[in-house]
Design a protein around this ligand. Structure first.
Ligand SMILES: [Cu+2]
Length: 441
């Protein structure tokens, strides 16, 4: 059982074949025992309370005290036996997503097995036939159970790493699942019927600033494994480095078929592992590039106020609503700084603070911290990056560089073809309002 939502240290195997264990962001690896040549695990499906980020807890369903469940790590060729106990109020099963296994172990309720009723324990037995990156999740009342947070990660390490074509050992091997919830501010249970308009975009059921940073030593070879169990794709973008996808959900990508990139899209149901050398020191952003996915709970029905001067109207509104705030007419960045009173148990839309101020991010965002003086296998957070002198973008204080005021003060813009100042006329948009009821029947 695990009570903490923090990242547990990697769990090296006490018996069996050695491997470099993975680090599950804000998660943990399930210990196993060996019994007559079988590697045995025990998963308990049950209601859990998960801290999404400090200040917000969700009532989810998960495994062994947490959502997602613990990561399962085995070695290619291992005979694996998984006990699954159901402590949920309804039946469940577990599907071992991506594995080669006997059909009766695939976990599709009704199709491959009877569902596991509340109180029952079922056993799954199969050989971990191929190395790679996998997931597990229920295949029984799937929409409900996945929307409630039931899922987990699975890594099968290669038996002979050096003899496995295209496989390279890494110094750090991180993994996490992409998931999403729709939890109304002030409540704690996800709305399970939401299909697309989620308000919490999470990694391992955590939202920034609750997501742990990826701590690396400069020069480390790093692997990041990601599985997507949301309802949409997520273009994962890493700053400051190029990476290659080295594994898909189907196995290892042959080296000659890889290409360098800085963003890779992960579709629903897919797993990807990508690798790079963490050569550039700093605090690098690592996030989903859909900008709504790096926000926390927000309303999507809010009108755009950019360019609207509502100073006049605000005095009238405050007569009715004394706490009313003028927002959004210069953009939304004010939200990052503002300490607005929030309903209980929710997260500010834009949050996180860096050494220069508000980061204005939430959801699927964290940092890759690369440090020259980080010790091998040390995952302790080194704190904020110390920037070398003269290597931070700075304010220009020389002669005026305002590109708008100079030409418009002469009443026009510079024509790039002739270099002459061209007069422009401001265009007025005229709105034609309907008059009369002609044409209505
Ligand atoms: Cu996304």
């Amino acid at each position: 059982m695990q009570a903490s939502a923090l990242t547990a240290p990697p769990l090296p195997p006490a018996t069996g074949r050695p491997y470099r264990p993975v680090v599950t962001l804000n998660g943990w690896t399930l210990p196993f025992r060996m019994k007559n040549g079988w590697k045995e695990f025990h998963l308990v499906a049950e209601p859990v309370v998960r801290e999404i980020a400090p200040g917000m807890k969700a009532r989810l369903w998960g495994y062994n005290g947490q959502s997602p469940g613990p990561t399962i790590e085995v070695v290619e060729g291992d005979k694996v036996r998984l006990f699954v106990t159901n402590k949920l109020p309804e039946h469940t099963t577990i599907h071992w997503h991506g594995q080669r296994l006997p059909n009766g172990m695939d976990g599709v309720g009704g199709l491959n097995q009877p569902q596991i009723k509340p109180g029952q324990t079922f056993v799954y037995e199969f050989e971990a036939r191929r190395p790679g990156t996998f997931m597990y999740h229920p295949h029984a009342d799937e929409m409900t159970q996945m929307a409630m947070g039931m899922m987990g990660f699975w890594v099968t390490h290669p038996k002979h790493p050096k003899a496995t074509p295209g496989y390279q050992d890494c110094d750090r091997d991180f993994c996490f699942l992409l998931n999403a919830y729709d939890i109304e501010p002030g409540s704690a249970v996800p709305k399970i019927n939401t299909m697309l308009d989620f308000n919490l975009w999470t990694w391992n059921s955590r939202a920034f600033p609750g997501i742990a940073p990826l701590i690396c030593r400069q020069g480390d070879r790093v692997r990041i494994r990601v599985g997507n169990l949301t309802m949409t794709n997520h273009p994962m973008h890493l700053h400051g480095h190029e990476f290659s996808v080295t594994q898909t959900d189907g196995g290892i990508v042959p080296p000659q078929a890889r290409w360098p990139e800085v963003t890779t899209d992960i579709a629903v149901g897919q797993m990807r592992a990508f690798e790079f050398v963490a050569s550039e020191p700093g605090d690098w952003a690592f996030h989903c590039h859909k900008s709504h996915h790096t926000m926390n709970a927000m309303g999507h029905d809010v009108p755009t106020m950019i360019g609207v001067d509502h100073r006049e109207v605000v005095s009238k509104i405050t007569k009715l609503i004394p706490d009313y705030m003028v927002m959004g007419e210069r953009g939304m960045a004010d939200m990052g700084e503002m300490e607005m009173p929030l309903p209980e148990n929710t997260l500010p839309m834009m949050t996180g603070t860096g050494q220069f101020g508000p980061i204005e991010m939430g959801g699927m965002f964290t940092t890759l911290k690369v440090r020259a003086n980080q010790k091998r296998d040390d995952y302790t957070d080194p704190g904020d990056y110390t920037f070398p002198k003269n290597q931070v973008a700075y304010e220009w204080t020389g002669e005026s560089m305002n590109p708008i005021s100079a030409p418009t003060s002469r009443g026009g813009v510079i024509d790039p073809a002739s270099g002459n100042v061209k007069q422009i006329r401001e265009t007025t948009l005229t709105v034609r309002k309907p008059n009369g009821h002609a044409g209505h029947h």
